[in-house]
Ligand binder design. Structure first.
Ligand code: ADP
Length: 389
């Protein structure tokens, strides 16, 4: 690759996703990869822009995020020059109440983001470890933070507030919403490819291992199913989704469970995995004959339908419904089952288009345009890095 480059980083607790993009007006992905199993049996995968696997190797010595980044840069530089990296874009889960867009990560912004660690202790420290590692690796590059919460800062107090005493709002206990980079990407696709839909009342269903939905009016976020943390709303692969807080009090107070074990239960043992006892993976559940696996799928579909009803009420109607992320983009069965219960909203699916994996999957009678679109959070990060470098 000739010319300037951008690096994107998405650091989770045990993984580091990375991408190398050209630094052009519309960045183009050159290479992407992931180091998984950081701290344990780490493995590095690298693929080309066309999706061809270039590398899949054990990384026995990769125990920290710094190690993972060093290994990622080593394999990237085997294929491309990385001296030309001018900006590094970071996915940061929690941007707090003020940041409504990406920011250059100077010392004061990093200090502010560190102060948010108690709000997102399972994600924020790893995101910031990625910033630290990239700053050392590329001291002359601009570091740019792209926040999952930023897209939802357009929401009003009614959506942001919990009905707790007012001072809790001021102390930061609010609904922030997540998956903002995915919604921003979908909004950008709607504006360019489906402008009629974009101008209307739209629900985007981001259904992956993590899952949430967002109500858009004219591509601006007006409500979402996720709240203070990425636990709220829809049931997910291993997370419970909406839960009466009294359940947590019962576990803590009456059963004597520790905060750590409740955290583990709600984040890692619940959702599709907990309900099915089989797997957190939708493909496995759909092909399983175990009754509990089918119950888990039914539950997932029912909660999506329920929240679509709620978000449609917020929007006062519905013009578009977009499915995205691993399940939303790839599972025609889940899309069909969700839409089956939405006839009252004017949703009518075109079966063959849905089965063929087309983008527009509603029929000509449908009062709601139903779309299945791939998401691309990395491209949103790269665009932000390009804009702020
Ligand atoms: P993450 O939140 O980890 O980024 P993804 O967006 O990759 O997750 O989504 C992962 C989920 O998508 C898994 O439950 C997986 O089973 C599901 N999935 C991927 N392809 C299909 C498919 N063809 N049919 C059903 N589910 C699928």
């Amino acid at each position: 690759m000739n010319g300037d480059a951008l690096l994107t980083l998405n650091a989770g607790s045990s993984s580091l996703k990375f991408g190398l993009f050209s630094a052009s007006d519309e960045p183009k992905e050159q290479l992407s990869g992931v180091v998984s199993g950081i701290g344990g049996d780490a493995r590095l995968r690298l693929k080309s822009a066309s999706g061809e696997s270039l590398l899949n190797e054990d990384l026995r010595d990769s125990t920290t995020h710094e190690d993972a980044l060093r290994e990622a840069l080593r394999v990237l530089s085997d294929h491309h020059s990385i001296d030309s990296v001018r900006a590094v874009g970071h996915r940061i889960v929690f941007g707090g109440p003020e940041h409504s867009g990406p920011r250059v990560l100077n010392a004061s912004v990093v200090t502010e983001l560190e102060s948010f660690v108690p709000f997102a202790p399972l994600h924020q420290p790893y995101n910031l470890a990625g910033v630290e590692a990239a700053t050392q690796a590329f001291p002359d590059a601009v570091q740019v933070g792209c926040f999952d919460t930023a897209f939802h800062r357009s929401q009003g107090w009614l959506q942001d507030a919990f009905a707790l005493p007012r001072e809790w709002f001021d102390r930061g206990v609010r609904r922030y919403g997540f998956h903002g980079l995915s919604y921003e990407y979908i909004a950008s696709v709607l504006r360019v490819e489906y402008p009629e839909v974009a101008r209307g009342r739209v629900i985007v269903a981001h259904l992956g291992n993590g899952a949430s939905m967002c109500a858009l009016r004219d591509t601006v976020s007006v409500d979402s199913t996720m709240g203070f943390t990425a636990l709220d709303g829809l049931p997910m692969g291993t997370r419970c989704g909406q839960l009466d807080p009294g359940v947590v009090l019962y576990m803590f107070d009456q059963l004597g469970m520790s905060a750590e074990s409740i955290t583990d239960l709600l984040y890692r043992e619940s959702g599709l995995k907990g309900l099915s006892g089989v797997s957190n993976d939708m493909r496995e559940l759909l092909s399983s004959n175990v009754e509990a696996a089918q119950d888990a799928v039914r539950y997932f579909v029912a909660r999506i339908q329920r929240e679509i009803g709620a978000l449609s009420a917020v929007l006062q109607g519905l013009d578009g419904l977009v499915f995205t992320a691993g399940i939303g983009e790839n599972s025609s069965a889940i899309r069909e089952r969700v839409c089956e219960g939405l006839g009252w909203l004017g949703v009518s699916l075109r079966r063959d288009a849905n089965d063929d994996g087309r983008q527009v999957i509603s029929d000509s009678q449908s009062q709601v345009s139903v779309l299945a679109l791939p998401t691309d959070e990395e491209l949103v990060i790269a665009r932000s890095a390009q804009a702020l470098r």
